[in-house]
Design a protein around this ligand. Structure first.
Ligand code: ADP
Ligand code: ADP
Length: 233
């Protein structure tokens, strides 16, 4: 099954001589219940692709399907609901609510969805991201790495069907980064969530089931974990 698919996606910023073709006809399938890494040089279109697949940004042309349904057919209100109920985001601008504490930020998606936290999973996530006594602090009182940990925890506690992560370990030291990757792996293996993650980190790619490589707005190759009989799926 496919969690998210993009077909013939194009996206251009600016126009005329200043036009930047961020996506030049990208088609990609993000398999359900798998961990997919997206890699490529800086400026190759990774963040743009993530925003388009997550319905945060519209492509100029092409189609995005979420769980088999076209995003383009959704009105803005339905799109907002789909994002809230089914998707989790760990993006580089952490988008934490400045007036809420770390803990309140982490619990916000559940609150908005009118659900309660699974306490055991909440404790697991919060312990793994290692915020400790910082849980009662507001974002402005946290370091960049700590804010990233809050954003990771916020995306994971509600167990969304699909998690979009843009360099979720980018601000973390290697040990904290490894903890986050282990958590993401558990989301896939234990809860069947689907993850698509932009990363420059070889360890990140090593945790993935498949890697998609972008260059200059195009997919240049895609690798999948060898299956048990050694054949690339
Ligand atoms: P990556 O995530 O791989 O670094 P991006 O998707 O951020 O790539 O960017 C792809 C290209 O689009 C780059 O050339 C970048 O400078 C350009 N770009 C991205 N966002 C904007 C924007 N809002 N306005 C203009 N150009 C942009
Ligand atoms: P990370 O490695 O995740 O960025 P750290 O906890 O290692 O976070 O913090 C990085 C640096 O910022 C450390 O030197 C730490 O002491 C300092 N720091 C973290 N939080 C605060 C804060 N609220 N106020 C002042 N300094 C802080």
């Amino acid at each position: 099954a496919t969690a998210v698919s993009g077909r013939h996606l194009t996206k251009t910023y600016g126009s005329g001589d200043a036009a930047v073709h961020a996506l030049r006809g990208v088609s990609v399938d993000i398999p359900a219940a798998e961990f997919t890494a997206v890699m490529g040089p800086s400026g190759s279109g990774k963040s743009t692709l993530m925003h388009v697949l997550a319905g945060l940004d519209r492509a100029d042309s092409g189609e995005v399907h979420l769980a088999g349904r076209p995003l383009s057919g959704l009105a803005e209100k339905a799109l907002t609901r789909a994002r809230r109920d089914r998707l989790g985001f760990i993006f580089q601008q952490f988008n934490l609510v400045p007036t809420l504490t770390a803990e309140e930020n982490i619990l916000l998606p559940l609150r908005l969805a009118g659900r309660r936290a699974d306490e055991e999973w909440y404790d697991t996530v919060v312990a793994a991201v290692g915020l400790g006594t910082r849980l009662t602090h507001r974002p402005s009182e946290l370091s960049g790495g700590q804010q990233q940990r809050v954003a990771v925890a916020r995306a994971l506690v509600s167990r969304p069907a699909v998690i979009f992560a843009d360099e979720p370990t980018g601000n973390l030291d290697s040990r904290a980064g490894a903890e986050v990757l282990t958590l993401l792996r558990r989301c896939v293996d234990e809860f069947g969530q689907s993850i698509v993650m932009v990363t420059h980190d070889p360890l990140g790619a090593a945790h993935a089931d498949g890697v998609v490589f972008l260059d200059d707005g195009q997919i240049v190759s895609a690798l999948r974990e060898p299956t048990a009989d050694g054949v690339l799926a």
